[in-house]
Design a protein around this ligand. Structure first.
Ligand code: MN
Length: 227
C-alpha cells in the first residue's frame, strides 16, 4: 500500500516544531491593495480561500517557478497560528485562540487567479500552488504578544516593493478569527494568512524575496528554475 503523506511542521523561534493542519487566507484585507486589484476597499465582509498544508515551506527555501503561469506574484502577509480551536468565537475571545505569529508570503499565479476571478471560477489554480506558502519562524504569543501595528515590508533583490503597517488591516486578527470560525470549526495547527498590502508584483527565476514584519523573524526565499 502507498505510504501516508508526511505531516507538515513549521519551526518555531524557540526550537520546536508546530504541526500545520490547514491554511486559510484572507482576500483583499488592505484598502490600497484592494484598489490596485480594481476592487472597492469598503468594509465588505472578509472572504477566504485555502491552501494545502503542504504548500508551507521554510525560510531559506528555493521555490521552483511553477508551471502554467507567466505572472508569479509575491504577497507579504502576517500569519496567525491557531493554538486552540473553536467555532463561533466572539471577537473579544479570539486572541486567546492564537498560538503565535509568523511572516508569510502568499505566492500566487496572478494570471490564473485573475482569469478565475473574472469568470466567477474558483481561485485554486491561482493560489493553491506547490511551495506557495513560505513561512518564517513561528513566534509564540508568550514571547511576542499580539502584533497589531508595526511595519510590514517586502523586498525583491533588496528593493522595497511593499511597505505598510499592520494597523492598516481592514479586518483585524480578532475579527478574522471570529468570522472564519462561523464558517469552519478552527482546529489547533490551522494557519491564517491575513492578506497583503499594496505593491504586489511579479518575480522571476533568481529573485531573492524577503518579507519583514516588525518584531518577527524575516522570511527570505529564492525563486528557482521552472519546476
Ligand atoms: Mn494574499
Amino acid at each position: 500500500m502507498i505510504e501516508p503523506a508526511p505531516a507538515v511542521f513549521a519551526p518555531t523561534s524557540d526550537g520546536r516544531q508546530f504541526p500545520v493542519r490547514r491554511i486559510f487566507c484572507v482576500g483583499r484585507n488592505y484598502a490600497a491593495h484592494a484598489r490596485e486589484m480594481g476592487r472597492d476597499p469598503d468594509r465588505e465582509p472578509p472572504f477566504f480561500f485555502t491552501k494545502w498544508a503542504e504548500a508551507v515551506v521554510p525560510n531559506g527555501s528555493i521555490i521552483p517557478y511553477p508551471p502554467a503561469t507567466a505572472n508569479f506574484h509575491y504577497e507579504a502577509e502576517l500569519v496567525v497560528a491557531i493554538g486552540t480551536g473553536g467555532r463561533n468565537i466572539p471577537v473579544d475571545d479570539a486572541l486567546g485562540h492564537v498560538w503565535g505569529y509568523a511572516t508569510g508570503n502568499d505566492l500566487t499565479r496572478r494570471d490564473l487567479q485573475l482569469a478565475a476571478r473574472d469568470t466567477g471560477r474558483p481561485w485554486d489554480s491561482g493560489k493553491n500552488v506547490e511551495a506557495s506558502a513560505p513561512l518564517g519562524l513561528l513566534h509564540p504569543v508568550s514571547a511576542i504578544g499580539h502584533p497589531a501595528r508595526g511595519t510590514i515590508r517586502l523586498l525583491v533583490n533588496e528593493e522595497v516593493k511593499q511597505d505598510a503597517d499592520l494597523a492598516d488591516l481592514i479586518w483585524s486578527v480578532p475579527e478574522i478569527i471570529s468570522t472564519l470560525s462561523t464558517l469552519w470549526t478552527l482546529e489547533p495547527g490551522d494557519l491564517i494568512f491575513t492578506g497583503t498590502p499594496a505593491g504586489v508584483g511579479a518575480v522571476v527565476t533568481g529573485d531573492v524575496v524577503r518579507v519583514e514584519i516588525e518584531g518577527l523573524t524575516a522570511l527570505t526565499v529564492t525563486i528557482g528554475p521552472a519546476a
